[in-house]
Design a protein around this ligand. Structure first.
Ligand code: ADP
Length: 814
């Protein structure tokens, strides 16, 4: 029983019981047995939804009770706030909680006062690089979904971060939570941890394959689910779940499909099934939810989502805005939305159980593979694990779909009877090591080549590999790259080689840039500033205007912004994009050593800068679709003058396409910074609103970093710094130059700024002095909004009481 556990803060046990945790689940009891309340390290490899979070909470709370400090590492930014909200209930028991999001270049000092801190692995990595003082005080670290060390893009960061934390704090309690994987014992070995491995689930799970007119379950039983002639299996299964729910409530289904487009079209189709099964009350509530969804943004996605929701169905994917996602997740948990069609993001950690899970697509297009590739067993198991709501359903059902008896057999073998793949470290590749070797040297974890290799010996890679030579040879290549680009210095004395990070190397590490991104940006900026004397010299006149006078609080509006480069991608999206950027960085050694040449700068335009940051490996560029090649080749020839760096020859197919793909990304950013409607942009580039925001955030972050680099390196002049800053602000606010001042006021945004401008209010100063009626008119009569904005603009008396909107102002503005 929770209340009989010792070592927890007073009242925690009783509170757990009051929440309905009458007794520990078996894996939780095993974890306690293994000593998590006394600081033992543990790997818990148990199925989805079997109470891993409580294992982590018990470890963290007992660590805090002993006077320590705990860190909970989440794989996705969306989960950070969810976990924080969950842990905040312990504040009644004197335990403080903080979440660290925001920019990757700060040290999050305020977190020193928190007992439990939640952050993504990238954020923790950057906190270590920035020398956050409280890192030394940690006594317990939890790694959620630790099997993601297998992810080729993000896994290495988690791996190196855990190794660093354990190196700084030798007695650190490490609690790693994992899905059931093939080799949890290897992870436990690596982390010197006890292992709790179990298949136990709080609610029975039946897994089966639907074929013909029945589901064939793994226990040999069958359930008849007839499909109308020419009808669709998914629709029949969704209808069946709704119709047979015993308590008349819900019987909800979660349908996993392989692309965003498929999620959207499936939701539209399944809406027909759910709509006819709604009560009048539900219909009213759904209508309300739909209007909330429409209010989130003015896009087609918003509209489509709202109309699906009115019918009781919804889609969920990484292209949605985060407000959309959480509204849908909540409504699904409340059983208001009856069916959600999702890409695999939803399987990865968001707690949204359903009565029935339908894995409609078990293959997904994979560019590297060159066709449709079967999903990993682990992924399918995680999807299936979302079936069954404890306390609501008698059991959960997960169903795969087959159109032939052969496929049915294949699905049983491939997924239902199969064990999940073993987790394998992805550390020993250049892009990963480039970043982590620099950071390891810069933050003083290693100062010699031997020390570096010894540090790397604490990683999962070293535990797993029998080819120690590979890590060494990749490390050597990376050291060479870092030296050539001026990020580290290597000095021999006797037979010892010392490694030190240069000033710029430290900056790059703290800015959380891939060294190749930094090299690409530095090269591009230097090239622009050098007087090359080529045929572009006619353009040598810098036109940076309008940004000099910006001391006035433009920076203030970014405050709580939850930004940074990784947040809006789903795991699968990250995967898909992971390697594409890597080959595109044209940076190399020769140019890094170039001497500063005096001379007027070439004109640096926003498009040129957006293209520069878009071709770094830190941006996931947009893909070229069919027909795009011509479009962007044309654009390339039109605007070649503005682009920095040398375009690869059109015969060099791969690199040339990369160059064009970056140009496509750059033009998306330029459109955004020219006030093109979000809706137009999503249509023009075939992306979701969440993607637009993701690109914008990444560009903002990289341009901010570019500005710092431009100030620090030789050979880049002050005008270039200003041009970078202006390009960054334009993309940050999504406005043209003349609106920069206005759009920087909190609460204004790109659309309102334009309306105010049209009504003759062109600056903050104007705002402070304008006729209130005109302001109110331009803001379409919204008094509260107008008051807030005037207050932020520093107006003495912002009250709108008794003011009547000037209709001509609002007419002028529309
Ligand atoms: P996981 O992290 O393993 O996917 P969660 O920790 O989210 O699963 O747990 C799933 C649900 O089970 C949560 O709603 C949690 O409150 C509940 N739960 C966990 N442990 C117990 C318990 N011992 N008794 C009752 N409910 C529990």
């Amino acid at each position: 029983k929770p209340s009989s556990l010792s070592g927890l803060p007073a009242g925690v046990g009783d509170a757990l019981e009051a929440e309905g945790v009458a007794e520990l689940y078996p894996p939780q009891a095993a974890a306690v047995e293994a000593g998590i309340l006394e600081g033992e390290s543990l790997v818990a490899a148990v199925p989805t939804a079997s109470g891993k979070t409580l294992i982590a909470e018990l470890a963290m709370l007992s660590a805090v009770e002993r006077g320590g400090k705990a860190l909970y590492i989440v794989p996705l930014r969306a989960l950070a706030s969810e976990k924080k909200a969950e842990f905040e209930r312990w504040e009644d028991h004197g335990v403080t909680v903080g979440v660290s999001t925001g920019n990757y270049d700060s040290d999050g000092e305020w977190l020193a006062t928190r007992d439990i801190i939640v952050a993504t692995s990238e954020k923790v990595d950057s906190l270590v690089r920035n020398g956050a003082p409280w890192i030394d005080d940690l006594t317990c670290v939890v790694s959620d979904e630790v099997h993601l060390v297998d992810d080729s893009h993000r896994g290495p960061t988690l791996e190196v971060t855990l190794a660093k934390l354990r190196r700084v704090n030798p007695g650190l309690q490490t609690v790693a939570l994992s899905a059931t994987v093939g080799n949890a014992d290897v992870i436990a070995d690596w982390l010197d941890a006890e292992l709790v491995e179990s298949d136990w689930r709080p609610i029975d799970l039946r897994v089966g394959v639907h074929y013909g007119n029945a589901i064939n379950f793994d226990d040999g039983s069958q359930r008849e689910v007839r499909v109308d002639r020419g009808g669709d299996q998914t629709a029949a299964l969704v209808a069946d779940a709704l119709d047979t729910e015993a308590d008349g409530q819900g019987g909800s289904s979660l349908v996993f499909v392989n692309s965003r487009r498929n999620a959207e079209s499936a939701a539209r189709r399944l809406g027909e099934v759910t709509a006819s099964r709604l009560t009048d009350d539900e219909r009213d509530e759904l209508r309300e939810l739909a209007s909330e969804l429409r209010d989130v943004s003015d896009t087609e996605t918003s509209t489509d989502l709202a109309s699906a929701v009115e019918e009781g169905a919804a889609f969920h994917h990484a292209g949605l805005a985060s407000e959309h996602r959480s509204l849908i997740e909540d409504a699904f948990r409340d059983r208001l939305v009856k069916c959600v069609c999702a890409t695999p993001t939803l399987a990865a950690g968001v707690n949204t159980p359903a009565r029935r899970v339908i894995v409609r697509d078990w293959r997904r297009y994979d560019g590297d593979y060159g066709g449709m590739k079967p999903l990993d067993v682990l992924e399918v198991h995680q999807m299936c694990g979302r079936a069954g709501r404890p306390g609501l359903d008698p059991y959960g059902e997960a169903v795969l779909l087959a159109s032939s008896a052969d496929t049915m057999d294949e699905l049983f073998d491939r997924y239902i009877w199969a064990e999940a793949e073993p987790v394998r470290s992805k550390l020993a590749v250049e892009p990963a090591l480039r970043t982590h070797v620099l950071a390891t040297v810069a933050s003083g974890f290693a100062s010699t080549r031997e020390g570096l290799l010894e540090f790397l010996d604490n990683t999962l890679y070293a535990t797993q590999t029998d080819d120690a030579g590979r890590l060494e040879s990749v490390t050597d290549r990376v050291l060479e790259y870092l030296e050539i680009n001026g990020f580290i210095e290597r000095e021999w004395s006797g037979n010892r080689e010392t490694l030190t990070a240069t000033g710029i190397g430290h900056t790059v590490s703290r800015l959380y840039l891939d060294p190749m991104s930094a090299a690409t940006m530095i090269d591009g900026l230097r090239e622009a500033c050098a007087d090359g004397g080529d045929d572009r010299s006619a353009d040598y006149a810098f036109s940076g205007t309008g940004v000099e006078g910006d001391g006035d609080g433009i920076e203030t509006s970014e405050g709580e912004g939850d930004d940074g480069p990784f947040g809006t991608y789903s795991l699968s999206d990250v995967d898909a994009g992971a390697e594409t950027g890597a080959g595109a960085g044209g940076a190399n050694g020769e140019s890094a050593g170039e001497e500063k040449t005096e001379g007027a700068a070439r004109e640096l335009t926003p498009l040129g800068l957006y293209h520069l940051v878009s071709r770094t490996p830190d941006t996931y560029e947009l893909y070229l679709k069919s027909g795009d090649r011509e479009t962007y080749e044309e654009l390339l020839y039109e605007r070649e003058e503005e682009l920095l760096g040398d375009a690869p020859s059109a015969y060099d197919d791969v690199n040339f396409e990369d160059w064009l793909a970056s140009l496509k990304t750059a033009r998306l950013l330029e459109d955004w910074a020219s006030e093109v409607d979000e809706d137009r942009i999503t249509e023009r580039y075939g992306v979701g609103p969440g993607d637009v925001r993701g690109k914008v955030e990444t560009a903002e972050w990289l341009l901010r970093a570019a500005e710092t680099l431009a100030r620090d390196v030789e050979g880049v002049d002050g005008d270039a710094v200003l041009a970078v800053r202006e390009a960054r602000k334009r993309v940050e606010y999504g406005v043209r130059e003349e609106l920069l001042d206005l759009a920087g006021v909190r609460g204004i945004g790109r659309k309102r700024a334009r309306r105010l401008y049209e009504a003759g209010i062109e600056s903050r100063v104007d705002l402070r002095e304008a006729e209130k009626a005109v302001v109110l008119g331009a803001l379409r009569g919204r008094e509260r909004t107008a008051e807030r904005i005037l207050e932020h603009a520093g107006r003495e008396d912002p009250s709108m009481e008794g003011v009547r909107a000037d209709r001509s102002a609002s007419a002028a503005a529309t």
